[in-house]
Design a protein around this ligand. Structure first.
Ligand SMILES: NC(=O)c1ccc[n+]([C@@H]2O[C@H](COP(=O)([O-])OP(=O)(O)OC[C@H]3O[C@@H](n4cnc5c(N)ncnc54)[C@H](OP(=O)(O)O)[C@@H]3O)[C@@H](O)[C@H]2O)c1
Length: 377
């Protein structure tokens, strides 16, 4: 009997540890109202993306759910309008596996939406499923598609500045190792898929880093966010049917609910004062240090150039060559990107230090501890 009680006590103790270290997510405490702002969340029809979009809608943003399935996207938009009481939640078609679809989404978005304040790259896959493509599908959906989409939407992000890009990465980036000689090779079998997933999440961290460098002084900042271990369909959908009923209760016990997983992406999108940390990686609503491979500026730049090629970006499509990339005078009343006169201006939404008229001072990045140490070496 004593042994049984001891066993139960140990199990409970272990669960409390797991709960406080893994399951419980620190909440995003940013208070920003988003009335008059526009957000795009990719893969927002399920899991973390849906909960992220719900919170943005609750705060009054116009939220575009960028999803590959019209049926699932429209259904999610309906749910979110009901739950948030905000009618400004709409679906737009985006399949990140197809560069043509990414371009079509960008064209449709730019022709219908005058603002873009928050872009959240949430959509992701962990496996190719039954799809067989002649390219690395995991890299395409998790990194190349978002890379192209960011490029195409940058003019709108810049004219809506201060604005933010959040790339939902993963702690799996720590296992990533980019082999530039075979970046786009098709992935076959679950072992290659695990490796390709980690590599694509490393690409997310390096992309945020290089994007921050390229955007210094524009008022657009970007962040890589790890949502934590989340009870979603990401991995479960590829598990054999017979195993799912066994894994679901376990996942419910030891993984975060999607709402918890949404907290760090939301923190990166909303928290005031984190602009000097542009380009950094966040987990549990805190900036975190990353391993050397994820703060290698040369690799980040090399990935940027390789991604340009894989995304089919032409020389005239450089982020820097956008003619309308200059931040607009936020006071111009007739400007299509100005918020409604009754809405808070961007400067009220993200107060000090972002209010400064010299954006270069607020978006200049500061190194985290490990970088200072490595720079000192
Ligand atoms: N769950 C975790 O433990 C965890 C941990 C670390 C990081 N993450 C990251 O969190 C993000 C969200 O994952 P989740 O856990 O919420 O998984 P999820 O529920 O499977 O959501 C993934 C979303 O991405 C969409 N998507 C997949 N392929 C797409 C494509 N080609 N084009 C457009 N959208 C596509 C899915 O749409 P469909 O419904 O149409 O498939 C779905 O809406 C991912 O980037 C993932 O890597 C998750």
């Amino acid at each position: 009997m004593e042994a049984l009680l001891l066993g139960v006590g140990l199990l409970l103790g272990a669960y409390v540890l797991v709960y406080y270290n893994l399951v419980k997510a620190p909440p995003c405490r940013g208070l920003a109202s988003l009335r008059g702002r526009t957000a795009v969340v990719t893969g927002a029809n399920s899991g973390i993306g849906k909960m992220t979009a719900l919170e943005l809608a609750r705060r009054g943003a116009r939220v575009v759910l960028a999803c590959r399935s019209r049926e699932r996207g429209e259904a999610a938009a309906f749910d979110l309008r009901q739950e948030s009481g905000n009618n400004e939640v709409i679906f737009m078609a985006l399949d990140l596996a197809s560069l043509a679809s990414v371009r079509a989404f960008a064209t449709a978005f730019l022709s219908s939406e005058p603002r873009l304040d928050i872009l959240i790259h949430n959509a992701g896959i962990s496996s190719c499923g039954r799809t067989r493509e002649p390219f690395n599908l995991l890299l395409r959906v998790n990194h190349i598609g978002p890379f192209l989409l960011t490029h195409l939407l940058l003019p709108r992000l810049k004219t809506s500045a201060p604005s933010r890009v959040v790339v939902v990465s993963s702690a799996a980036h720590r296992r990533g190792r980019l082999d530039f000689t075979r970046l786009d090779r098709p992935v076959v079998g679950w072992q290659q898929e695990l490796r390709a997933y980690a590599d694509s999440k490393l690409a997310n961290v390096l992309f945020a880093r290089e994007l921050a460098t390229q955007l210094e002084g524009t008022g657009v900042t970007c962040y890589a966010a790890h949502p934590g271990p989340v009870n979603s369909e990401l991995f479960l959908r590829h598990v054999p049917g017979w195993l799912r009923p066994l894994l679901r209760p376990l996942a419910w016990l030891v993984l975060r609910a999607p709402r918890g997983g949404a907290q760090t992406p939301l923190y990166c999108a909303l928290q005031e004062g984190i602009e000097p940390l542009s380009g950094r990686y966040f987990a549990n609503c805190h900036v975190e240090e990353v391993p050397p491979a994820a703060r290698d500026d040369r690799a980040a730049h090399r990935l940027w150039e390789a991604s340009r090629k894989l995304a089919g970006l032409g020389p005239g499509e450089d982020a820097e060559s956008d003619e309308d990339s200059q931040p607009e005078d936020p006071g111009t009343p007739s400007s299509p990107s100005s918020p409604h006169p009754e809405e808070p201006m961007a400067s009220e939404l993200y107060p000090s230090p972002q209010n400064s008229t010299d954006r270069s001072t607020v978006t200049r990045r500061i190194p985290v501890k490990a970088e200072l140490e490595s720079q000192a070496c």
